[in-house]
Design a protein around this ligand. Sequence first.
Ligand SMILES: *[C@@H]1O[C@H](CO)[C@@H](O)[C@H](O)[C@H]1NC(C)=O
Ligand SMILES: *[C@@H]1O[C@H](CO)[C@@H](O)[C@H](O)[C@H]1NC(C)=O
Length: 401
Amino acid sequence: MLLTALFLDLVGLLFIACLVLAIWAVYFHFSKSEVPSGVCQPLKLRFLHIDYILYKMGFFSRYTLVRLGLDGFSPFCDPTLSTRMTFFDGVCVRIYRPKEMPAGLNRGIMFFHGGCGLVGSIDSHDRLCRYISKQSHSVVVSVEYHLAPEYSHPTLFTECQNATVHFMRNAETYGVDPARIILGGDSIGGTVVAHLSQELSKRTELTRIRAQVLLYPFLQALDFHLPSHQQNRCFPIISQEQCIIFAMQYFNKVKSLVDLIVNGSFVSENTKARYSKWVNSDRIPREFKNRNPKEAMSVCSESNPHKLMKQVLGTIFSPLLSDDDVMKDVPEAFILTCEYDIFRDDGILYKQRLEENGVPVSFCNLEDGFHACLVLINHWLISFPSAKNGLDHVVNYIRGL
Ligand SMILES: *[C@@H]1O[C@H](CO)[C@@H](O)[C@H](O)[C@H]1NC(C)=O
Ligand SMILES: *[C@@H]1O[C@H](CO)[C@@H](O)[C@H](O)[C@H]1NC(C)=O
């Protein structure tokens, strides 16, 4: 009897402790994040941030939680597509092919999923890839690259490159026309697309990539003060601080660098001056600056360049900083940005750099979109209208190629 009573007391105490933690975490979430009024379904958005609440309760590291959440998206059955898993030069991929396709060689898309290089998988992006394959009548190859911090930078970029080169050399084996291969990816997958488009354009022995599709890409780590960073600093899903913490985990570096990066003081004045013609708030058109005009944060004048700088500002991680000589040879592009995304201005600046180098760009800014919204396509209750709207723009572009 006594033991049972003691046990019940303990359970009760634990329950109360969890409740207090949960209330504190929800309070913390509301005090730290800010959902702008233009977003539809704000409560649903807050609900999706539940991983942050669990993380604040101290049970898991955040990326472990996000991995669990994202990979729990089970593959979706669709009788109109066939899928299979295989390896491209040692890299695991899933190939999607519509069952009814025109005879002969078709269009092929290499797709690189997002997730800061820390989270995400071919499962988390399964519905997105199915949607693109089915609606654009293309063979889609989704790449299961290894994640950081278990695999260090630039492994994911090398794996994506190796898999892509394999696909380009063996396209016909997969029913794909080598002259109609498109690179696509979201978030850091967009970084991969930009980097590979630059890198593979230098390789004259390969057939030219037909086009690059960048979905809310991250393209530079030089400036975290651009208007989109200021406007969306506290947006749930991916706040500026969270994004930099993830980036530090990706590089296996300590959190203490966050302030340094936000302040821009890890970049020397010389470096800033060198790139200011490409990365500069003054280059963002006025129409994008209307919302939440906030005072610019005071930027630390003391320069304290860090050795990490070389890696994060290299053209693999920051392809926006590549020279004009490289930019002028890349394939035409489709760039999708989201209004509620700290990385919106990366996309805008990349568009400008490509256009200045004579590369045609189709551009779309989703007015009610937020970072990562496309991943939620066809997820019933947690889907947002911006996902379908955005992907339909993507599909229309691809169909025209
Ligand atoms: C990519 O391919 C190169 C050349 O075949 C090889 O040396 C390298 O180990 C591969 N990298 C990865 C990450 O698979
Ligand atoms: C970053 O800037 C803020 C305000 O401008 C300042 O309080 C903070 O000490 C700076 N941090 C570092 C690491 O320079």
